[in-house]
Design a protein around this ligand. Structure first.
Ligand SMILES: CC(C)(COP(=O)(O)OP(=O)(O)OC[C@H]1O[C@@H](n2cnc3c(N)ncnc32)[C@H](O)[C@@H]1OP(=O)(O)O)[C@@H](O)C(=O)NCCC(=O)NCCS
Length: 182
């Protein structure tokens, strides 16, 4: 038994996994809030996680529901504008693994890191995935379970995999008020 334990302790994969676990517990919402790049207050559910919180910027009254992941990286930022709402299990992930052939294992290849920006007054539905490099325009709605790999026009409603415009928000008056408020 002692030999088995020693063998496990000598495996790099064991230490990679353990360090990852420690890092992710450090990045749970409560641990990470004081380290956010900027934070304007609002609701952050305790079950969500941040990554590289120093590169996450949250505007005033951003609402982050259960199970969300807001994953910036060492050199990519995630910015979420004021009054924006993330539905449960939304995943915002600002990097991709390298996937070159013949360049080693995918998990060993360098990451491609790109900023994500989500405008103010957006609603990101349940189970949405927003990929690296995307900008979601002000006031846009992303329908449940969409995978967003391209920019989303302001005040549009996008849905599907990959996400496409399915509709537009209709209350023009509210949008006018929003612009006047700034
Ligand atoms: C997008 C949403 C808000 C509805 O917006 P809407 O403007 O009323 O849209 P409609 O229901 O009129 O649908 C417009 C079209 O989009 C399609 N659509 C609606 N929701 C969709 C979705 N999640 N994925 C893909 N297509 C969707 C409809 O089928 C319809 O297509 P059609 O014109 O071919 O029939 C709603 O469907 C949704 O996804 N809500 C998210 C709920 C959620 O995540 N709640 C968590 C609480 S924070």
């Amino acid at each position: 038994m002692a030999f088995g334990l020693l063998k496990t302790l000598l495996k790099p994969s064991f230490w990679r996994y353990t360090l990852k676990k420690i890092e992710s517990s450090y990045n749970t919402s409560l641990g990470a809030i004081p380290r956010l790049g900027s934070y304007g207050g609002g609701f952050i559910d305790s079950s969500m996680t941040f990554r590289s919180p120093e590169n996450v910027h949250l505007g005033e009254r951003v609402w982050i529901n259960e199970g969300c992941k807001v994953w910036a990286s060492k050199s990519s930022k995630v910015t979420i504008g004021a009054h924006t709402l993330l539905g449960p299990n939304a995943v915002i992930v600002a990097d991709n693994h390298g996937i070159q052939m013949d360049a080693g294992y995918i998990q060993d290849q360098p990451m491609e890191e790109k900023d994500i920006s989500i405008g103010p007054d957006c609603w990101i539905g349940a189970n949405v995935v927003i990929l690296a490099g995307v900008t979601v325009g002000e006031g846009a709605v992303v329908a449940a379970s969409a995978v967003v790999n391209k920019d989303v026009p302001p005040y549009s409603i996008v849905g599907g995999v990959p996400a496409k415009v399915i509709s537009h928000r209709k209350s023009v008056e509210k949008n006018v008020l929003l612009h006047r408020a700034r």
